[in-house]
Structure formats: C-alpha cells, structure tokens
Design a protein around this ligand. Sequence first.
Ligand SMILES: O=C(O)CCC(=O)C(=O)O
Ligand SMILES: [Fe+2]
Length: 168
Amino acid sequence: MDDSPRHMTTLGGQVIVEASDMIPALYRDPDLVGLLTRAAGEPVTEIDDPLERHVLNILHRVGDTHGAHTDDYPYALVLFLEAPDDPADGGLLHFLPHAGSLYDLDAADRARTAHHRAGDAYLLRSDTTAHRVTPLSRPGLRRTVLNFAYTTPTARPHRTGSATELYA
Ligand SMILES: O=C(O)CCC(=O)C(=O)O
Ligand SMILES: [Fe+2]
C-alpha cells in the first residue's frame, strides 16, 4: 500500500489449516468470538477467506517491518507469540485511528505507539486505522504474531491485492 515496505516472513491461512488444528479452532472459538463481540460493541463474525482468516507474521531479521497499511476486514485480533521485551528494540505498533491517508501516520502528534510482549494481544479496528510495525533494531530479535481477521454483518470489506501478495 503506497509502496510501504513488507520485510517479513509469512504463513497464510491455507497453509496454517494444513498444519494446525488448534489455530483454526481458536479462530472460531465461540467464547473468543463472544469476547470480541462484547469488546467491539457490535456482532463480530468469521470471514470466509481461507487465506486471510488467520495468518502468521514473523519479523526476525534486522530491519524487518510490516509497513503502513489498513486491513481488508474491519477487525484484527493480534496475538503475540514472540516480541522484543525492550521497546527500544522496535517491533512497536504505530497506529492512527480514522486515518484519511497512510501518510497521516507520520503526523507524530496524532499517531500513537504501543509496545507488546509475548502473551499479549490487542483488538484493532483495522480497516479504518492506519497501522504499521516499526523495524527490528538489531540481530537476534524475533516478533511473531497470529492475526485473526473478523468482519461484521454490515461491513463491506474492501478487498485489495495485498493479502494475495503476502500470503498466497
Ligand atoms: O503485527 C502487528 O501488530 C500488526 C499485524 C497487521 O497489521 C496485519 O497482519 O495486518
Ligand atoms: Fe494490519
């Protein structure tokens, strides 16, 4: 998106489902979907897309980064399997809700930054929030997340070519 960088290793949902029973089961777990519905304040439902429903993003080289973008579907639950303990090492979420353009993310006064550790998770309104993950600063660091994508009964997902390029 706007030529923002993607320096990372990925696994798409169609690969994960062949290798794991646990991840697809967790994705559709009724207790989890219920929790997300309460947190979002509107019904949150599974998406049909086998590629994007649950993906794994791994940053593991110096400079690895998931550049600025918005997602195709309205909600993302991001679960941290590995993350740098020290915020100075990068791998931070940088985000701007209701962004008019990805360039607004550089308007430092409005954008926000969040640090997460292994075992953390966050729920993001990901189709209207511009977001990116800052680069890893030095060798030996790893940041691995599962991203679960969800929609709502009224959402009209804006499919882009990004998911196919990243995960197919
Ligand atoms: O790794 C993160 O914190 C964000 C992941 C993300 O934005 C995505 O997979 O679309
Ligand atoms: Fe995203």
